[in-house]
Design a protein around this ligand. Structure first.
Ligand code: SF4
Length: 414
């Protein structure tokens, strides 16, 4: 047995937010939370079949709303790796500690804004301050543990111009691992282009989907669907409580062999369906998405269809023009700085001038005092004083008996 399986488990499709980029209100399959029986029915088969496996707790709801989530994670501890994506609303200190204790390897936080207004707009009214506090304590608790905290930014129109700021904000919170995900229409369920203006993907007609190939998506009720974008349940391949995993995987293989042609796939523009199309220089999709909107130097040339598609986007978004505009702004800012520097220099010159003037004034005062002294030394009065002094010393030598008598008689010195 050397099979690897990546399983996406949907602990629930209930959510406590109304994120702009998520068509949650378009869900038409039943709502609910995965039970222990459903979970073990699926996971026991996965563990029996695969030599190694990974489990990702995500789907269409907030995983932490299912109170069994800690038990779910602990069930695979030491057998496979477990990761979870959350909107951070329920990341209390106790919940984070429980996730770490259960053996969660990676906690990914959906993060779509670096200030209160944009965050609360994008994250469906979550409280910014509370969410930041939750994230900070998760980062703090993860230090020294085996759990990595990461962030995922869905690059919608609303945040396209703020990626550098968002990246810095997340990094400053102590999170290094950031994925920038090009927003997509969630299997065609997210309508219009007010939030997401990603164009159709290339080579759609081939029906290729690496997500379908590489991930076994298990909905909260045990249904295996093509992927988490199936909000209606129309791609149902079976149910792991009622059917064997082997039978379901066989149906998946057959569907893949014919090309993935479910109706939701026709307009699906999730770039991860072409996940293997990294650029010729080995750059990943997250880098391409970041480069597309951030104002860094352009990415190096790359040849794959996905990269070409990205360069079309670059052109459409006027990215080169934006880079030039940013450069022009930087040059302007430098000119302003230069002017400020010149003003400081001029001011320093003025200060120097003032100092010179002060020195000159002092010198003039000193010269005048010297002149005064010379005048005194050359004056008749001074010469007279000198003469009297000499006469006095001759007539009355200092410390002589005559001086003592002189003092006694006069009671004072000359
Ligand atoms: S093409 Fe899109 S909708 Fe279809 S299975 Fe793949 S990810 Fe899901």
């Amino acid at each position: 047995m050397s099979e690897y399986l990546h399983v996406e488990i949907e602990p629930t499709n209930i959510c406590n937010t109304v994120c702009l980029h998520c068509p949650h209100d378009a869900i038409s399959r039943p709502y609910g939370k995965m039970t222990w029986e459903t979970y073990t029915a699926a996971l026991d088969q996965v563990m029996a079949r695969a030599s190694h496996f990974s489990v990702e707790y995500a789907g269409m709801g907030e995983p932490l709303l299912n109170p069994l989530i800690y038990r779910f994670v602990a069930y695979v501890k030491g057998k496979g790796s477990a990761s979870l994506t959350t909107n951070a609303s329920a990341l209390t200190a106790g919940n984070v500690a429980s996730l770490i204790e259960a053996g969660l390897a990676r906690l990914t936080i959906s993060f779509n804004g670096d200030d209160k207004a944009i965050y609360e707009l994008m994250m469906g009214g979550l409280n910014f301050e509370r969410a930041m506090k939750n994230i900070s304590q998760a980062v703090e608790a993860s230090r020294g543990s085996s759990m990595v905290v990461a962030a995922n930014v869905s690059v919608t129109r609303q945040v396209q111009g703020r990626l550098a700021e968002i990246k810095k904000y997340i990094n400053d919170m102590g999170i290094e691992a950031i994925a920038f995900s090009q927003c997509h229409n969630r299997g065609g369920f997210l309508k219009g282009d007010l939030i997401c203006n990603t164009p159709p993907l290339p080579a759609l007609q081939s029906g290729r989907c690496d997500i379908f190939h590489n991930t076994l998506f298990v909905a909260w009720n045990g249904d295996v669907l093509a992927c988490c974008h199936d909000l209606a349940g129309g791609t149902r391949l079976g149910n792991l409580e009622q059917e064997t995993l082997a039978a379901v995987l066989q149906k998946k293989r057959e569907a893949a062999a014919q090309g993935v042609h479910f109706s939701i796939c026709q307009s699906c523009n999730d770039i991860y369906r072409l996940v293997n199309d990294v650029t010729a220089d080995g750059r990943g999709i997250a880098d391409l998405v970041y480069d597309l909107y951030a104002n860094d130097p352009p990415a190096s040339a790359a040849l794959s269809p996905l990269a070409e598609w990205f360069y079309q986007l670059y052109a459409r978004e006027g990215r080169e023009l934006r880079v030039m505009q940013v450069l022009a702004t930087k040059i302007q800012a430098q000119q302003v700085q230069l002017e400020q520097f010149r003003a400081v220099l001029a001011d320093a010159g003025q200060q120097q001038q003032i100092q010179q003037q002060t020195q000159q004034a002092l010198q003039a005062q000193l010269d005048a005092a010297n002149q005064e002294l010379q005048n005194i030394l050359n004056s008749r009065s001074w010469r007279l004083i000198q003469r009297v002094q000499r006469l006095r010393e001759r007539l009355i030598p200092p410390a002589s008996r005559r001086e003592r008598i002189f003092h006694k008689v006069l009671g004072k010195s000359l």
